[in-house]
Design a protein around this ligand. Structure first.
Ligand SMILES: *Cc1c(COP(=O)(O)O)cnc(C)c1O
Length: 353
């Protein structure tokens, strides 16, 4: 690999602190580290966070298995719906299943614990309100399975002041009242934790994801979060070009003056989205240089002007300051989640204390 990711553990811990500062006494933290910990590396992030959180949440069973294989002892909630291929693994690896569809009662293996996901308006996974009577019957008819929790997921908590968050919460509370009283209850993602503190969203636990890595859920900046990821590569070639000469496919950038072009061996296959062409800057030796010319599969170019830098010089693609995933997301018309999860999983991750 021609690049490397550095994850600053001090920043992760700072972000955990920012989350915990907002929690009522006794509320547990369920760290959502799905999809390779939003690109930051599943195992490394889990090891760093494990002394500071009560639970881990993952998208798929395979991620839960990976956490057990490195010795994580925390309870682990898996968000996906179990199937015949994965059902046995919940018991074997002591993973808590999500019951998001009443048909799962016939799939899960005896001895499995589960949390019910109630669909209160997200309309993705979850048991619908009208199915709750059937759900209650099935819980009774399946004593070999143990219901230990109940949750829901907000669709619009990234948008402060959106009335539908409160509507979902109200529906959740009314459905929750029909289930046994001792179930662990949780609803809040990053948006709910940071933007809806005035609502009663915390219950027994919260499920922060993107905020662990230093980003807010929406456009409202949260001052005490800091990005934890740095992505570095190097100059593979440096060459002189003349004013008026085009760079890369389609000649979408033309040199405004004579100067040096630096070629970096990282392109869209590794996660520098092609739509970022001519929009972002890379940092070399403390100075920002514009990325120029169409980003290609394995290469991106920078314009160095008169700076005749050396081949091998370190290039910082993403940093923990202004050149972070939120900056790229703004230029790409997306969210930081898609930028960090888009970084190729095989690029090595190193954890800096
Ligand atoms: C991804 C996810 C979260 C975390 O969301 P963030 O916006 O990253 O905090 C919480 N709960 C569920 C069910 C999720 O899928």
């Amino acid at each position: 690999m021609n690049s490397k990711i550095f994850v600053h553990e001090e920043k992760l811990l700072n972000n955990i602190y920012a989350i915990k500062k907002r929690l009522n006494p006794g509320v547990q933290t369920m760290a959502v580290i799905k999809d390779n910990a939003y690109g930051h590396g599943l195992e490394g992030v889990a090891k760093c966070l494990s002394p500071h959180v009560s639970w881990f949440c993952v998208a798929r069973v395979d991620e839960g298995v990976r956490l057990r294989e490195i010795g994580i002892k925390h309870p682990i909630l898996v968000f996906e719906i179990p199937n015949n291929r994965t059902a046995a693994l919940y018991v074997q690896y002591d993973l808590t299943a999500t019951l998001a569809d009443v048909s799962s009662f016939d799939v899960l293996e005896p001895g499995t614990s589960f949390h019910v996901n109630l669909d209160t308006g997200m309309h993705r996974l979850g048991v619908l309100p009208e199915e709750v009577p059937v759900l209650l019957d099935k819980i009774d008819w399946h004593p070999e399975l143990t219901c230990t929790g109940v949750y829901t997921h907000f669709a619009k908590a990234d948008d402060p002041g959106n009335p539908e968050v409160e509507a979902q919460l109200r529906l959740f509370k009314s459905l929750r009242a029909k289930l046994p009283g001792d179930l662990m209850t949780h609803t809040a993602n990053t948006g709910a934790i940071f933007y809806y503190s005035e609502l009663d969203v915390q219950f027994d636990a919260v499920r922060p994801g993107v905020s662990l890595f230093g980003y807010g859920a929406g456009d409202v900046v949260i001052e005490d979060l800091s990005p934890a990821l740095v992505w570095k590569s190097f100059l593979m070639q440096v060459k002189f070009i003349r004013k008026g000469e085009p760079v890369s496919y389609g000649g979408r950038w033309v040199a405004p003056e004579d100067g040096y072009i630096g070629t970096i061996p990282v392109g869209y296959a590794a996660g520098i989205h092609r739509i970022l062409t001519n929009k972002i800057h890379f940092q070399i030796g403390g100075k920002l240089y514009p990325q120029v010319g169409t980003i290609s599969m394995d290469y991106s170019m920078v314009f160095l002007g008169n700076d005749h830098l050396q081949v091998g010089e370190e290039v910082t693609l993403l940093n923990t300051e202004s050149q972070n995933a939120k900056n790229w997301a703004t230029h790409a018309g997306t969210i930081p989640y898609e930028i960090t999860t888009g970084i190729h999983p095989l690029i090595p991750r190193e954890y800096i204390p």
